[in-house]
Design a protein around this ligand. Structure first.
Ligand code: 13P
Length: 287
């Protein structure tokens, strides 16, 4: 069932768990994530970056594929199709293409401009029945060529954006996209608590879910995080399993080169990663 993410994240805040956003790149990714969510009776958010959208030939293709898969695979758990780190134009494209949720990432604008653009998009998204995420304090690391320094969000700025009526908020707390470096300082729970104090029960979003230790994830959920984004970890699992298959020479045995066989271990690896995260986030059985 394709739905906005508002209801599932409200429930997550009340139930003290988080819903995973897993980014998709192609059919295999989407199929593996949907199958796992259904098997575990968990709500799920499919994240689509602008780069991944382009790779899949456009947001319309993605939207059509996801809607059709939900129907053909008999997926009954709540699924949100969400634009990840959207630009202003990208948000409008996804609203038109049939997404059920968008993120407007105005964190690189001066706060007044972030407020102005977010305000407009909140109105448009809500009028069309979509949920909307905004961002304050850029997430570090590299995502689709955009490099963020990983600053911690200013809680007062979070309140300004929260008051615009966004449905959930990404606040930088020292998290970064991709693998964490050896000398990473960890999440700033002080910032998270200060943000929570300002925004109350608004669901908070933790980007850069790859490689955050389980105890930090649990503490973040305790402090109001209700959505956790995971991308790189599925890519690493897929690559490792695919490498194993090829290094074992399996693509050269019989019809092992058939893409349905060649890509199967990678898809199974994505499923295992998604399962592990859903269990850690506490969303299993919460559909
Ligand atoms: P990772 O790639 O670090 O898991 O981050 C994903 C993310 O935050 C997408 O917005």
């Amino acid at each position: 069932m394709l739905v906005s993410a508002t209801e599932m994240l409200k429930k997550a805040v009340e139930g003290h768990y988080a819903v995973g956003q897993f980014n998709i790149n192609n059919l295999e990714w989407t199929k593996a994530i949907l199958a796992t969510a259904q098997e575990l009776n968990s709500p799920v958010i499919l994240g689509v970056s602008e780069g991944a959208g382009k790779y899949m030939t456009g947001f319309k293709t993605v939207s059509a594929m996801v809607s059709a898969m939900i129907e053909e695979m008999n997926i009954t758990v709540p699924v949100a199709l969400h634009l990840d780190h959207g630009s202003y134009d990208g948000c409008y494209k996804c609203i038109k293409a049939g997404f059920s949720s968008i993120m407007f990432d105005g964190s690189h604008y001066p706060i007044a401009e972030n407020v102005e653009k977010t305000k407009e998009l909140v109105k448009v998204a809500h009028a069309m029945g979509l949920s909307i995420e905004a961002e304050v304090g850029s997430i570090g690391g590299e995502e689709d060529g955009v490099v963020g320094a990983g600053e911690c969000a200013d809680p007062n700025e979070c309140k300004m954006i929260a008051d615009l009526g966004v449905d959930f908020l990404a606040a930088g707390i020292g998290n970064i996209h991709g693998k964490y470096p050896e000398n990473w300082q960890g999440l700033s729970f002080e910032t998270l608590a200060a943000v929570k104090e300002q925004v109350g029960d608004l669901p908070l979003v933790l980007h850069g879910g790859t490689g955050i230790p389980a105890d930090m994830i649990k503490k973040a959920i305790d402090l109001g995080v209700a959505k956790i984004n995971v991308n790189t970890e599925c890519q690493l699992s897929f690559a490792e399993a695919t490498r194993g298959y090829i290094e074992a020479g399996k693509d050269q045995q019989g019809k092992g080169f058939d893409p349905r066989k060649l890509l199967a271990p990678g898809a199974e690896a994505i499923k295992a990663t998604v399962k592990e995260k859903m269990e850690l986030f506490g969303s299993v059985g919460k559909a």
